[in-house]
Design a protein around this ligand. Structure first.
Ligand code: SF4
Length: 440
């Protein structure tokens, strides 16, 4: 009799080697384990560590991705898997192999979106990779966007204080990203934006975790005021370039070959949408799904509650930004869904789905006609809602300048750079034609 992966016994001998079940991480193990978290967005994720520590978890956010991570990923994940999967698995295995962590006292955190595309399989990719690499006692913790990470006492237990801290982290991470991306291309004193960004990140690291009554409006107002005081030269004179696409590639500077820096070097201003939009897109999905399928009432209720809660808090920051003479606030998720609906069905919920289209429409509507769409090579969902709608957008709007850029382990950076340079040349030319005096 042999035991299969589901735990059932069978008299049939397996013909192929089935990966062994990795051990389970229970919340009670938190004292003994270090949890490795793959990097996704340096601003947001650097705020995470302290908040988890407050709850007794030793979370270690891995640093930037380099070429070795990708090579490591390719060693354990089939190269027909998505590029983000290769990057994430590679990062975690590289850390385990580095010798910095005891594999029996280290757990691996991986996000799980439970959608219709391959992101649902990231956990399985990682399970196989961990076994192949010989780390049989390393547990894997799946983390779901609906703030659950396992059943009963498995995984990370989301307490109310922790949820509150997570919301603050993403709200303020988005705010800092928005403010710094706007200021950096025009800074009078080179490096002043980065200095200000680091100052506020340090401030938030302790503020978010230690302040019992963390006043979002008050803190947001302080930060916005500080960034408004940064001396800038030629503000708003450069072409704005929106960045849309697959979530990891959009925010992870290591994975997207430092796209924001390239845009800035080429004379543009990068505009990157909020990470919270992605969480809200996943949560609102339950509402739109009911058109074709049945979604349990409790699931819909929970998602609707979380959307309201997130938008309620984001509304406070939006209010502060509306009063700013320098910065533009983000849009409500319902508004984005409405924008997407004018082009395609909001039932496109695989990958970045309708959010990708919504971001592009929103950019066109707000005077950002230049867009770079980053997508993993062979990512079918994002090719449909990204590349697939360009023709329609060109029909609707003037001067549309959208460049899709594919990423995979074999893509040459030179090729990507040439495409960005070409797009920037068109962006600069269009801007000069529209605003000959250089301001708009
Ligand atoms: S969205 Fe694309 S890249 Fe991401 S998991 Fe799905 S298929 Fe892969």
């Amino acid at each position: 009799m042999t035991e299969n992966i589901t735990g059932r016994t069978s008299s049939i001998k397996p013909v192929c080697k089935i990966p062994q079940r990795p051990p389970v991480f229970y919340a009670t193990d938190k004292e003994r384990f270090t949890i490795l978290c793959p990097q996704m967005s340096p601003i947001h994720f650097s705020l995470l560590q302290n908040s988890f520590a407050e709850e007794g978890y030793h979370l270690d956010v891995l640093p930037e991705v380099d070429r070795d991570c990708v090579e490591e990923g390719l060693r354990y994940v089939n190269n027909d898997a998505c590029y983000p999967a290769i990057v994430v698995v590679g990062q975690l295995i590289q850390a385990l192999k580095s010798g910095r962590y005891h594999p029996d006292r280290t757990a691996l955190l991986i996000s799980q979106t439970c959608g219709g595309c391959r992101s649902t399989n990231y956990q399985a990719f990682l399970k196989i990779a961990v076994q192949k690499a010989g780390f049989l006692n390393t547990p894997i913790i799946p983390f779901n966007i609906n703030l659950s990470s396992g059943r009963n006492s498995e995984g990370i237990q989301m307490t109310l204080p922790m949820i509150k801290k997570l919301i603050r982290i993403f709200l303020f991470g988005d705010l800092l990203m928005r403010l710094s991306n706007h200021c950096r291309p025009y800074e009078t004193l080179p490096g002043s934006t980065e200095t200000m960004l680091n100052t506020w990140m340090d401030y938030l690291k302790t503020g978010i975790t230690q302040e019992k009554r963390f006043d979002i409006t008050q803190h947001a107002a302080k930060i916005v005021k500080a960034f408004e005081s940064l001396p800038l030269t030629g503000e708003n004179s450069k072409p704005k370039v929106g960045v849309v696409g697959e979530v990891l590639l959009k925010y992870h500077q290591g994975a997207n070959n430092h796209l924001v820096s390239i845009i800035e070097q080429e004379g543009g201003e990068a505009v990157v949408p909020d990470i919270l939009d992605f969480a809200l897109y996943c949560l609102t999905g339950d509402r739109f799904k009911t058109v074709f399928t049945r979604v349990p009432f409790f699931t819909r209720l929970r998602s609707a509650f979380l959307v309201r809660l997130l938008e309620y808090y984001r509304g406070k920051i939006r209010k502060v930004l509306k009063n700013s003479h320098r910065f533009v606030p983000s849009e409500h998720i319902n508004h984005l869904a409405k924008q997407a609906k004018s082009v395609l069905s909001t039932c496109n919920q695989t990958g970045e789905g309708w959010l990708l289209t919504a971001d592009m429409v929103e950019f066109m509507e707000t005077g950002v006609p230049n867009v770079i769409c980053v997508q993993p090579f062979g990512c079918l969902p994002n090719h449909i809602t990204g590349k697939g709608v360009i023709k329609e957008l060109k029909r609707r709007y003037r001067n549309v300048n959208i460049t899709p850029i594919d990423f995979d382990p074999g893509t040459t950076e030179v090729n990507q750079l040439n495409r960005i340079k070409l797009m920037m040349a068109v962006a600069n030319k269009n801007r000069l034609t529209a605003f000959p005096d250089g301001h708009g």
